[in-house]
Design a protein around this ligand. Structure first.
Ligand code: AMP
Ligand code: ZN
Length: 109
C-alpha cells in the first residue's frame, strides 16, 4: 500500500467506489469519469506503479487482469469491448497504480 495512492485507498475501502468484482489479488470498479457507456477498471490490490516496473514475477497477475476483462464485460452486458492500459504520463497515465481500462457499449449519452 502506498500512502498517497488513490487506488490503494479504494482497495483498502478508505475511498468509496462502485465495485463490481473482488478476489484475493484484484478488484474492479466503475471509472468515475466514464468514457463509454460501460467503463470499468481492473486493478491489482498490490501497489505497482506502471507496467514498466513489472517483471516476470508479475506474469500471473497480469494474465489474471486480462482474463478477467471478458468475464466482467459479459456480466456488464457487453459482447465486444476495448481494453487500454496507459503507461507513464507520456502514455496518458494519471494514476500510478496499474489498471486495465475496459470500455464498451458505445459513447456516453
Ligand atoms: P489513467 O489515465 O489510465 O491513469 O486512468 C485513471 C482513471 O482513473 C481515469 O479514467 C479516472 O477517471 C479514474 N479515476 C480516478 N479516480 C477515480 C476514483 N476515485 N474512482 C474511480 N475511478 C477513478
Ligand atoms: Zn496504489
Amino acid at each position: 500500500m502506498s500512502a498517497d495512492c488513490i487506488f490503494c485507498k479504494i482497495v483498502a475501502g478508505d475511498i468509496p467506489a462502485k465495485r463490481l468484482y473482488e478476489d484475493d489479488a484484484l478488484i474492479a470498479f466503475h471509472d468515475i469519469r466514464p468514457q463509454a457507456k460501460v467503463h470499468f477498471l481492473i486493478v491489482p490490490k498490490a501497489h505497482i506503479e506502471t507496467l514498466k516496473t513489472c517483471t516476470v514475477s508479475h506474469t500471473e497477475l497480469l494474465g489474471r487482469m486480462l482474463l478477467l476483462a471478458p468475464k466482467l464485460a459479459a456480466e456488464q452486458g457487453l459482447f465486444g469491448f476495448k481494453t487500454v492500459m496507459h503507461v507513464e504520463r507520456e502514455g496518458g497515465q494519471e494514476v500510478f497504480h496499474i489498471h486495465l481500462h475496459v470500455l464498451g457499449g458505445g459513447p456516453v449519452a
